[in-house]
Design a protein around this ligand. Structure first.
Ligand code: PLP
Length: 370
């Protein structure tokens, strides 16, 4: 029998694209003893968690809950439930994560039209209007905060535009919830998914989703069965909805975690939290720019919580990231897809977005680039 030692990982500061560090209060909530997943006390905790999530998403949607898996499961849950084979879907593609939306939508049997823009740029309403007019899709999918490029897509008018064409608006908010302005009801979002491990300062493992009444009706009126058993909301709804009928065993500890993460978000206040992320981004950007590291995202649309910058000519991506980790215990991210080896991604998300961390990452990076 092989005996391995007790877990003892080196201390790290997680300043990459996620996971970011969990807040100590979240870790402490996770050591709370387990309840049964149908225990009346746990059901109260589920209700509280759903209410906190509605407040964080700024929505009144009854169908709001954390899917028991990571952000990709949230993406998949939205797409497999809203789409039936042959339905038309438009996906706005300008980065790595929208390419996943295209892939997942295709697997549901949808007829997918891709509206493409260069990586690091945003979509304007006129382009989207023309595509909606031409294709008349059931769903339009878009990424709010594109983690591969560090781009923030404006969202304010998009819901109204989609509804003009009787189309549902699906939004990837994996990197925006808990970091930047996000207003589900005001922006007319019909389906949205996020994650626990970035702006909410929890470990990975849950994907908060929310569906408008319009989207919920579409799901309830499906003619065909949802292809995924686990993510079939017509039955998951019975557990996270009124009846609390067993569907799967909820990850109790992760629900404790997200409840605490959301309590922290709302204690701070959404506006104050969004402002904190902007302030620390401005300081970080000033430092990175002074070091000659230009941002990949279009000016005016750069994410405060995810700073993607071009690696200088002649500098080896991996050598620097390895040194950052070994010498300073700081993790930053490399590029994905087309940006592999060309871009670094520095996250300042949730509990990690503080002036102290701005100074730490800037001085460590400056040292590694000497
Ligand atoms: N969408 C975006 C924008 C992301 O940044 C990520 C992960 O970083 C995902 C989807 C997938 O989420 P997860 O890795 O939690 O499954």
């Amino acid at each position: 029998m092989t005996v391995v030692g007790q877990l003892n990982p080196s201390p790290r500061l997680l300043l990459g694209p996620g996971p970011s560090d969990a807040h100590p209060r979240v870790l402490s909530a996770m050591s709370t003893p387990l309840l049964g997943h149908l225990d009346p006390q746990f059901i109260t905790i589920m209700n509280e968690t759903q209410e906190l999530l509605r407040q964080a998403y700024l929505t009144k949607n009854p169908l709001t809950f954390p899917v028991s898996a990571t952000g990709m499961a949230g993406m998949e849950a939205c797409l497999v439930n809203l789409i039936e084979p042959g339905d038309k879907v438009v996906v706005c593609y300008a980065g790595y994560f929208s390419s996943r939306m295209i892939d997942v939508a295709g697997r549901t049997g949808a007829e997918v039209t891709v509206l493409e823009r260069p990586w690091g740029t945003v979509f304007d309403l006129q382009q989207i209007r023309e595509t909606l007019q031409r294709v008349r899709p059931k769903v339009l999918g878009i990424v709010h905060a594109e983690t591969s490029t560090g781009t923030l897509q404006p969202m304010e008018e998009l819901g109204n535009l989609c509804h003009e064409f009787d189309c549902l608006l699906l939004v990837d908010a994996v990197t925006s919830l808990g970091c930047t302005e996000l207003k589900v009801d005001e922006w007319g979002i019909d389906a949205i998914y996020s994650c626990s491990q970035k702006g909410l300062s929890c470990p990975p493992g849950l994907s908060p989703v929310s569906f408008s009444d319009r989207a919920t009706q579409v799901i309830k009126a499906r003619k065909s069965k949802v292809q995924s058993w686990y993510l079939d909301l017509t039955s998951v709804m019975q557990y996270w909805g009124g009846e609390r009928t067993y569907h799967h065993t909820a990850p109790i500890t992760m629900v404790y975690a997200i409840r605490e993460g959301l309590r922290l978000v709302l204690e701070e206040g959404l506006e104050a939290r969004w402002k904190r992320h902007w302030n620390n981004h401005k300081a970080l950007k000033a430092g990175l720019t002074a070091m000659g590291l230009p941002y990949t995202a279009q000016e005016g649309h750069q994410l405060p919580q995810l700073n993607a910058v071009r690696i200088p000519e002649g500098v080896d991506d991996l050598t620097v990231r390895k040194q950052m980790l070994a010498q300073f215990g700081i993790e930053i991210g490399g590029g994905l897809g087309d940006f592999k080896g060309k871009v670094w991604r520095i996250g300042m998300m949730g509990h990690n977005s503080w002036p102290k961390n701005v100074l730490l990452v800037l001085s460590a990076l400056e040292h590694c680039l000497r």
